[in-house]
Design a protein. Structure first.
Lengths: 149, 149
DNA sequence: TCATATTAGTTTAATGTTGAACTATATGAT
DNA sequence: ATCATATAGTTCAACATTAAACTAATATGA
């Protein structure tokens, strides 16, 4: 079953690339799903922990931008992570509108323990591409992603 | 703000490509969002209508696979489209487990009317890439997507 | 033929997600 | 100082999504 679009060659080319792009992204995400479920985390929760591990403490708004979710959603995600004792929120002294979110010891241990396996799963997924192809894919995707919002 | 991962060069390469891939897919989807909202459709509903337009009548299971949602979700999506008078369900004569879903006249007019603009938005998004780059991106994504489930 | 397994679709409960209205804090111009 | 504006985060209601249990129809094969 193959999707076929009518239209100009330009449109066919763009749409074909778009469908492939979506499916590729989904298939890699699917490859990491099981691991995240096993840790009793939602994808959003995992995304927050991962961002904090690699970037250090962040405010809710930055986290929302990082994991591509709404601000309102982040309130809940952070709340649930806090209930699980994986992150802590502290008001920022210089501007009390901001809440700085950071990993607790428990949270850091969890995500740091998961990450190597997570990285390996993604590495395996991308293993069908040569290093050069991976770099080219990244370049093309960055060009595409940067052009919009 | 740039995400930086520690790890082997192989892991860094794969993770970098993965992040770029996700963001590229999201940014193109975002470019089409407004148009879909204006038509009072959810992304899933739009996906179903689009699939029916290009592929003809399909059963719920095939639609689920096409738009990457669960079977249970498709029950609701199709139900809502039926309520709006955009699709119709009919049991298949030879195997009554299957429900064939097809566009109504109204549904066909709606999606056929939307699609040119939709295609143009995607075409514009991909316009930052040359035709050759678009084809290369598609090739790489297909290779990546096909390798998994 | 009958039991078993398989498959398509539905139902249900739990949860995630969003946009919009809202609160609290900070900034800037006059 | 003060008023308007902007920004971070929260709340809320509506809705989407999923996994799992379920029903109905079909296929299989002893």
């Amino acid at each position: 079953m193959r999707t076929r679009y009518k239209g100009t060659p330009k449109a066919v080319r763009a749409l074909g690339a778009f469908v492939a792009l979506q499916r590729a992204a989904d298939s890699v995400i699917a490859a990491t799903q099981e691991e995240i479920e096993r840790a009793k985390l939602t994808p959003s929760q995992f995304g927050v922990l991962e961002a904090l591990l690699h970037l250090g403490p962040l405010c809710a708004k930055d986290l929302a931008r990082k994991i591509l979710r709404s601000k309102g959603n982040l309130t809940l995600v952070i709340e649930n992570l806090e209930k699980s004792g994986l992150v802590a929120r502290t008001a920022r002294a210089d501007d009390r509108r901001f809440l700085t979110v950071d990993l607790t010891g428990k949270g850091r241990r969890l995500i740091a323990g998961m990450f190597p396996r997570h990285a390996r799963l993604i590495e395996e997924s991308f293993g069908v591409l040569t290093p050069k192809e991976q770099e080219e894919l990244r370049r093309l995707c960055r060009k595409l992603g940067k052009a919009q919002g």
